[in-house]
Design a protein around this ligand. Sequence first.
Ligand code: ADP
Ligand code: ADP
Length: 229
Amino acid sequence: MISLHNVSKYYPAGFGKTYVLRNISLDISEGEFVSIMGPSGSGKSTLLHILGMLEEPSEGEYLFFDQPVQKLSEKRRTELHRNYIGFVFQAYHLIDELTVYENIETPLLYKGMSSSERKSRVAELLDRFNMVAKKDLFPTQLSGGQQQLVGIARAVASQPKVIFADEPTGNLHSDQAKEIMDLFKKLNKEDGVTIVQVTHSEVNAEYGNRILRLKDGWLESFPVSLESK
Ligand code: ADP
Ligand code: ADP
């Protein structure tokens, strides 16, 4: 489903370049739950943004459902983004001026869904995420955990194939973090949504079926044994 071939990302620095990602090759299959780990500054967010088509690689090739992302028209890429990809952010990125209901409805408006379809889809999501009683509240009236529930409801509203989540529980207490991680697990297991998350937490990483580790922009291609002799 996702395939990176020798992808690098660099920024100009003086007369040279600063590499943030170096020669990353990577395949992710439909239905996987992948965790990206690594120290601060190792390139995790950049990798996630490239996968989520929020940033472009400097070098190499990205295939998404066999389509060469960098060669697609802006229109086609936006279309792919709207229909196949959901993004969840650490700081939620909800629109403070919109209610819970309206935040969840936003991607459906962009998708051009009819008003009756939107109504039933948002109602279904509010019900599933236990947010019916909160539908008319604004994000600032919710706890962090509740805001992230809205963030996830919004991300899954258009029934994406894959959700990219950048430290989705980074701002939450551990009980709320568990609720959010259980929800991702359920979306993965029951709905078959592919999940790719960045996390600092080994506990959260264990929810997935595979851990990718980055260091200084390099991807470790095999598990490193702590007991190397
Ligand atoms: P992580 O998510 O692992 O903390 P990031 O992907 O956010 O790492 O960043 C990796 C490195 O890339 C950092 O050293 C950061 O300073 C650098 N970086 C990110 N964006 C830019 C940019 N627009 N210009 C220059 N350097 C950047
Ligand atoms: P967290 O940010 O870790 O989710 P908070 O300390 O923000 O938790 O919130 C704890 C509780 O306080 C939540 O159950 C939430 O419903 C309530 N709460 C938080 N902010 C507000 C607010 N602005 N108005 C009403 N209730 C709030």
